[in-house]
Design a protein around this ligand. Structure first.
Ligand code: ZN
Length: 391
């Protein structure tokens, strides 16, 4: 799903105002490449809707006073909320500039129905809103991030691991209970949005983000837009095949998926098989992984072949992606793992050997530890993109 030209122009203009404010209309011509007429028409509408404010600048020069534009920092706020891997809901409220006004966390009770999770989100949001210094009617939109298969166009959740299958109209449950329009998306898409809006290379327009977590996900920004695919599901990078037909089984029903070898879940599973241990329950996967890595670092267990194979296959998958897509940058987000540095050798060797020669060493690679707050910021950024693009 791509934005129309009009939506794209509006979004582009507002992003440039946000990063360059205070800024005059005339300067936006050079910054956006849009014509003066288009800028005048868009900004007039944005000022009318209270998204942009005008600021007259005193000048001793003759003629009309210069008028600068800024994003309105008050009166309209958006909330991003996400479920973390350790059973918490994290909500953040930001103004239209994306500046945070508050963060709230709530413990989530174990649930098996997606509807019950939605109700817990409603309760967490009610508590958070009551504690923030913002009037309820000033909350313009809510953005929800979920670790599952989500149709971002409709807010319908199809599947979340460990929950009964959907569909569940998650967006409608939240918006119906709170009376605030709600958007829902896959949380990897939200990580990419957080990167685009708030990351070190903020406003990087062309990158692929790969998230190595209990599962493996990826999201693509191209030309300043998140690419969500014709059916709103892109991209299921973790289910591309690295060992087709004969490989390890994946929860999706296929064999040999990338995440059957490289996800945290599968690394734990392969390590437990090797060590003759019981597979831990889903809720304690993250501490179990930390424990395994500590044992490995202390040379108490030998899971080097599991870790090296994971690094090797991830290198091949990233090489295939670069060969297919030629992105400007690839950002790999993962756990801050002890001795990960020594495993990078296997990753980079596989990357070098399997990338198309003309594309080798051209794509910038960044490794970043996971930041749990990034999901909620990304959910807020999703809403800002929506508010900015909408006419
Ligand atoms: Zn799969």
């Amino acid at each position: 799903m791509r934005l129309s030209d009009q939506e794209y122009n509006r979004l582009l203009l507002l992003k440039k105002v946000r990063t360059s404010e205070p800024v005059a209309r005339i300067d936006l011509v050079g910054l956006t490449g849009l014509t003066g007429g288009t800028i005048t028409a868009i900004t007039a509408d944005l000022v009318k809707r209270g998204i942009v404010i005008e600021e007259k600048v005193a000048s001793s020069a003759p003629g009309r006073p210069r008028v600068n534009l800024r994003i309105n920092p008050t009166g309209k706020y958006v909330i991003g909320i996400n479920a973390t891997g350790d059973g918490q809901a994290v909500a953040e409220i930001v103004n239209l500039r994306g500046e945070s006004l508050g963060v709230a966390t709530a413990a989530l009770k174990p649930a098996t129905r997606i509807e019950d999770l939605a109700q817990q989100f409603v309760a967490a949001l009610e508590d958070a809103i009551a504690g923030w210094p913002v009037k309820r009617e000033e909350i313009f939109r809510i953005g929800v991030g979920l670790p599952g298969i989500v149709d971002s166009r409709t807010g319908i959740v199809e599947q979340i691991i460990t929950f009964e299958p959907g569909p569940c109209n998650f967006g409608e449950i939240v918006s119906g209970a709170l009376g605030i329009p709600t958007l829902v998306d896959n949380n990897i898409n939200l990580l990419a949005r957080a990167e685009h809006w708030y990351g070190a290379g903020a406003h990087a327009d062309d990158f692929t983000l790969i998230n190595v977590d209990l599962a493996i996900g990826a999201a693509l920004y191209r030309g300043g837009q998140l690419i969500s695919g014709a059916h709103g599901i892109a991209s299921e990078f973790g289910h591309t095949k690295i060992m087709p037909d004969i490989g390890r089984p994946c929860f999706c029903g296929a064999n040999g998926c990338l995440q059957a070898y490289c996800s945290i879940h599968s690394i734990i599973e392969q390590s437990c098989e090797r060590l003759g241990r019981q597979m831990p329950s889903h809720e304690v996967m993250n501490p179990c992984f930390d424990g395994l890595m500590a044992e490995y670092a202390a040379a108490e267990i030998d899971i080097r072949t599991v870790l090296e194979q994971a690094s090797h296959y991830l290198g091949i998958a990233v090489a295939n992606h670069i060969t297919m897509q030629d992105p400007e940058a690839v950002i790999i987000i993962g756990p801050p793992v002890a001795r990960m540095d020594e495993l990078r050798g296997a990753f980079f060797t596989a990357l070098e050997q399997n990338t198309f020669p003309a594309l080798r060493r051209r794509t910038r690679l960044h490794f970043k530890p996971r930041d749990q707050g990034a999901y909620a910021r990304g959910a807020a950024a999703m809403v800002l993109e929506h508010v900015y693009a909408a006419s």
